[in-house]
Design a protein around this ligand. Structure first.
Ligand SMILES: Nc1nc2c(ncn2[C@@H]2O[C@H](COP(=O)(O)OP(=O)(O)OP(=O)(O)O)[C@@H](O)[C@H]2O)c(=O)[nH]1
Ligand SMILES: [Mg+2]
Length: 443
């Protein structure tokens, strides 16, 4: 029997209301000793108003709800107190319950119990963490897809198909005549191929998924004084980077992020690229070159009030094989630039046309994708497992005609088990512990 755990579910600090959650067999018994309410008849799912004993003859007026197992978040008997928010009241109620036999919960312990009691799969639990951590609308959409069990259903469907294939193999193991074996293997191959396509279709979504989770990294590069730092500030709408008319002002990388249309865009302002003997500036330029290579998108800034010089031309060469946008800055000044390629004209200083630039960056990153109800893989654990599944299936397809059926059967079981690591039906204890340790206290 698991012991009874307790923790504050709301953040610790001053607030209107604080919620305390207690889960386990002794919850109701402890609540009856701590919650003083004449009518507290322990009817589940009803909210009772009463005094909560906080010790030293003090009490707090609050609510208590009883969720009877298995109809609760954890699947166990759960009590929730709503008390006044603040640093002390909740702590005193928790102390009182600990005195009566509860134990302070570890981070994620309620959700771990929910998983162990079959209330949610491992990927759904990961959706819960993502929902708590979501900062953009698309992160929320992706996490809600997980908590709704959409990935769980998809993985289950694949596992069911594998079970079908497996039963076909098992039947034919008893009839090892060559003809039947060949036919069986052909059949298996067709079915495995369908599963492989499903796996690949899921994996395709991971590039968008990781962008949803981590944002798009955009390097702002160009020669000195073209207005890179001014552009960063205009995009962020606050003065993050130092702007002066002295060439070589920026040396370190200056960063800032915005949310646009539900996605995070991380901007990196860099040192202006030029020939210089300044040691510190050269380190900055090296960093700029590295960032140019590693970022998802490059904004190459040119000064439209001047003619292109050799440095600009060199920089244009640098971005040739990158996803990039040429930005002609200082469009508030008379144009002298001799550049005819695709570009966006802006004035960073006067914040003109920066919205158009954002739209262009967005389109370059996502095109016209709509991710509303689609499963999008955002979790690198799921992505890694599916990549392994893909490899196992590929190997199986390549070797199927060279190995006996009993080996094929073993290989199919391995794929089945690998898939089960996503939903948790074959995940080992250390993976489970690692996942739940990422939760916050009281969840
Ligand atoms: N007229 C006008 N001036 C601008 C514009 N954008 C930047 N400037 C000016 O250009 C000068 C250089 O701007 P910065 O943003 O510091 O340029 P930078 O590319 O970051 O320069 P480094 O850090 O030295 O590489 C400053 O005097 C800015 O005020 C613009 O759109 N129009
Ligand atoms: Mg700068």
């Amino acid at each position: 029997m698991l012991d009874t755990i307790i923790a504050q579910a709301t953040p610790i600090g001053k607030s209107g209301v604080g919620v305390i959650r207690m889960s386990g067999e002794k919850s109701l018994e402890i609540a009856k000793q701590v919650f003083l309410c004449k009518n507290f008849v322990s009817k589940p799912n009803y909210m009772y108003l009463g005094k909560i004993d906080i010790g030293q003859e003090l009490s707090d007026l609050g609510f208590c709800v009883y969720f009877k197992a298995p109809h609760s978040y954890t699947g166990e008997d759960v009590i929730e107190f709503q008390c006044h928010g603040g640093m002390l009241v909740a702590e005193k109620i928790i102390n009182k319950c600990v005195e009566k036999g509860a134990r302070r919960a570890l981070a994620g312990e309620f959700s771990k119990r929910a998983f162990l009691n079959g209330k949610m799969s491992l990927d759904q639990a990961e959706g819960v963490i993502d929902t708590i951590n979501a900062e953009t609308e698309n992160q929320l959409k992706a996490s809600s897809n997980l908590t709704k069990g959409n990935l769980f259903k998809e993985v289950n469907k694949m596992q069911e198909s594998l079970t079908d294939v497996l039963s076909e193999v098992e039947v034919n193991l008893d009839y090892p005549e060559h003809d039947i074996e060949y036919e069986t293997k052909e059949n298996i191959l067709t079915k495995l191929n369908k599963i492989l396509i499903d796996v690949e279709n899921l994996l395709i979504t991971s590039s968008t998924g990781l962008k949803i989770k981590n944002g798009i990294n955009i390097a702002i590069v160009g020669k000195t004084n073209v207005g890179k730092s001014s552009l960063l500030n205009a995009l962020l709408n606050y003065e993050q980077a130092i702007v002066t008319d002295i060439e070589g002002t920026t040396r370190d990388i200056v960063t800032g992020s915005i949310e646009y249309k539900g996605f995070i865009f991380n901007f990196f302002d860099t040192a202006g690229i030029r020939q210089t003997k300044d040691e510190i500036e050269n380190i900055g330029i090296l960093k700029a070159r590295e960032l140019l290579q590693s970022s998802d998108i490059v904004l190459l800034v040119l000064d439209s009030s001047k003619e292109l010089n050799n440095q600009d031309k060199e920089n244009l060469e640098l971005i040739k094989n990158k996803k990039s946008i040429v930005v002609l800055n200082k469009c508030d000044l008379p144009s002298k630039i001799n550049f005819n390629g695709d570009c966006v004209k802006i004035s960073a200083k006067q914040n003109l046309f920066t919205e158009e630039l954002k739209e262009k960056i967005y389109n370059l990153s996502f095109g016209t994708q709509n991710i509303a109800n689609q499963i999008i893989l955002t979790n690198s654990r799921h992505i890694e497992i599916l990549k392994e599944v893909k490899e196992l299936l590929n190997n199986l397809q390549n070797t199927i005609f060279d190995v006996p059926l009993d080996c094929v059967s073993l290989d199919i079981k391995t794929v089945w088990e690998k898939l089960g690591e996503i939903t948790g039906n074959t995940a080992n204890e250390s993976i489970i512990d690692k996942i739940f340790s990422k939760f916050c206290l009281g969840k």
